[in-house]
Write a protein that binds this ligand. Sequence first.
Ligand code: PMP
Length: 454
Amino acid sequence: MKTTYEVNKKRLAKLLAMEEERFIKANPKSEEIYKRAQRSLVRGVPMHWMDNWPSPFPLHLKKAFGASLADVDGHEYIDFCLGDTGAMFGHGNEEVAAAVQNQITQGSTTMLPTEDAFWAGENLQQRFGLPYWQLATSATDANRFAIRMSRIMTGRDKILVFNGKYHGSLDETQVSIEDGKMVPQPRISSNAVDFERTTKVIEFNDLEALEKALAPGDVACVLTEPIMTNVGMVPPEPGFHKVLRDITRRTGTLLIMDETHTISTSPSGYTGAYGLEPDFFVLGKAIAGGIPAAVYGMTEEVARAMRKYTKKDGYSINHCGFGGTLAGNALTVHALRATLEKVMTEENYNHMTMMAEKFEQGVTAVIQEKQLPWHVTRIGARVEYMFSKSAPTNGGEAKAIREPELEAAIHLYLLNRGVLLTPFHSMALMCPYTEEEDVKRHTQVFRNCIEEIV
Ligand code: PMP
């Protein structure tokens, strides 16, 4: 499928060069820090993704507040990236900030549970429908533990993922499909993982391939998002989730629903909104308002197995490996409670969704005005524009319609005019502090940018 708008590459390259120059001129302090940091940090940043913006170097943050950012060179930005979802409930959310300030002086990590944890367990149970819960420090870890538990329960080694997925840096998920075959993802060496033994990868929405892959009964779990969000957005076709659940149940395969991004759908995620019935529910990033945390829910059956597997073995040492030293600590759990109780409310979601609808309408209007064969997908508070007439049906199609230079040019044009999108793709997220004026600003700058390009 190649239905993209054929942009004039020369014109695009010229625009990109102009925008790079403009960025460099406007950000001398960020550049200076970046250059100095090359001597102590790999690629000049504490985590290499921070160097993956389309700009020649990353902005250096001074302060983030509500739906805005300020950088060290004195510019302000409307933030639609929101820490790639970690700050989905706003920067410095007052409820989370108060909870963190309160708890930090009363102990942050002690290896003892607090009453907040029990409160959170009950809230998660009611909210997402699964009866038992555990904490981890990141979504990556939570997925790792759900996979581990699935393997323990089924005695099977393999997991199944969909082409184009991202669920964290889990070794056995680092594969993709090329020419119909599973291959290690580019730049990931096999890392001592025998993918043939650990992994199956198929295209999203391909129920025939799913049936075939699960039929031998050698797959411990399917790990998926309800809508793919890490290769652009790929929605499920009608009936996909029902059949996925039927086949996984029939073949004794556990189903892990990773809602780390799709929690944008509703206060109970996509699972709550569409009545899905996974065996595991994973949610990280924003769940404790920006304090590193993840939760994973499980069925009664899984909890029974986990209880058995993690049970105290007399007084002997237990290294069986779920969680981690700082998982579920007092500070995290206090922030988690504040987020669940006071931030992940219907009222906030209504506002965020309304802003996202306006964002979607703005972009759609520009696409229609300029008669571009592009489309917009929205899932609650999250919006993505992509360069094809209709939404891709799987990760392979989504990869084929990527236009990295075009995307970089749009992102940098927006950034130079005070609007920040998520790097890697054109994803915008709304938070409780996002205002209609912010959305209008995006639409206006996006329109100007498109006029320069086409
Ligand atoms: N699951 C999904 C769906 C994600 O998008 C991501 C990160 N983009 C992760 C898991 C991993 O999150 P983290 O890096 O916070 O562990």
